[in-house]
Design a protein around this ligand. Structure first.
Ligand code: AMP
Length: 299
């Protein structure tokens, strides 16, 4: 394996500097993950490798963003398989720190306040989740920041996030803009399995029957997308009814929102043809798993 595993921030800094110098590189990419990697993560890594001279993937299951200890405990971990997958994509460094390395003094006293955009959708059912997620993203963006060797220009710095976690992506973009982080955020489209289900590390907890039932989610989103593309009224209610007709799926929310602010575009969803940019966003519980999915609309 050419890929290197580092577990401390100091080693990450020294190894990325060494690699940048060795490759005469002018760019570094960071892909933050929680491990248990699948083809969705591979696509993020692939995009980063195509665009940067040095690529770091972080693997860290962040206790700060989990509400229940049980959910944190059962989060899948598979470091060996993750390393092989990332090695095959040409990733240079994997940063897999311990909780103590990331939070040496225990839970941080000062955190990122994700604000009003974090109170709705996922934030409504997971209080504090986005404060915790943005706090660790801020830390990871700092850990992964490339330095400039003496007499050279500061390398370009990009970080890669999946469209799958649309609210997280919107919040990370806002944080980086509002707080002037020197990094470009690159969004990567959702990777789905052939039957349409958005890939997620949590899908492994679905039974065969639940997985089949969950397909109604991407089907309902596609319906909305087709109507937007055909310049028809979205008729969100009929798509919501389609999901509701599946007894194993307990729908939490399904709405069409502004992709930047995540505010509902209700008036754009009923009787008039959809115009402009939107994001159809949903979450549902299927068996033991909370699933989220979305589809960008551009009409
Ligand atoms: P996670 O390990 O679940 O925290 O995800 C790490 C990154 O991978 C996040 O930016 C996710 O949005 C992204 N990601 C997860 N699943 C997918 C997917 N199916 N397609 C694209 N990106 C994904």
């Amino acid at each position: 394996m050419a890929i290197q595993l580092v577990t401390t921030a100091a080693r990450l800094r020294s190894e990325s500097a060494r690699l940048l110098a060795q490759k005469s590189g002018s760019s570094q990419g960071l892909v933050p993950t929680m491990g248990a990697l699948h083809e969705g993560h591979a696509q993020l890594a692939r995009t980063a490798v195509a665009q940067n001279d040095v690529v770091v993937v972080s693997i860290f299951v962040n206790p700060l963003q989990f509400g229940e200890a049980a959910d944190l405990e059962r989060y899948p971990r598979s470091l060996e398989a993750d390393l092989s997958l990332l090695d095959a994509e040409g990733v240079d460094l994997v940063f897999a720190p311990s909780v103590e390395e990331v939070y040496p003094g225990g839970a941080p006293k000062v955190r990122i306040a994700a604000g009003p955009m974090a109170e709705k959708w996922e934030g409504a059912v997971r209080p504090g989740h986005f404060d915790g997620a943005l706090t660790v993203v801020a830390k990871l963006l700092h850990f992964g920041m490339p330095g400039a060797a003496a007499g050279t220009r500061l390398p370009a710095y990009r970080a890669y996030f999946g469209q799958k976690d649309a609210q997280q992506l919107a919040l990370v973009k806002r944080m980086v803009a509002d707080l002037n982080f020197p990094v470009e955020i690159v969004a990567v489209p959702i990777v789905r399995s052939a039957d349409g289900l958005a890939l997620s590390s949590r899908n492994r907890f679905l039974s065969a029957e639940e997985r089949e039932a969950a397909l109604v989610l991407s089907r309902a989103l596609r319906l909305i997308e087709e109507r937007a593309n055909a310049h028809e009224p979205l008729d969100l209610e009929s798509a919501q009814a389609l999901v509701a007709s599946q007894p194993l799926v307990d729908l939490d929310y399904f709405d069409v929102v502004d992709p930047g602010t995540l505010d509902p575009l209700a008036e754009n969803c009923r009787d008039t043809p959809f115009r402009g940019e939107g994001l159809a966003l949903l979450a549902a519980t299927v068996g033991p798993v909370r699933l989220i999915d979305n589809i960008p609309l551009n009409s």
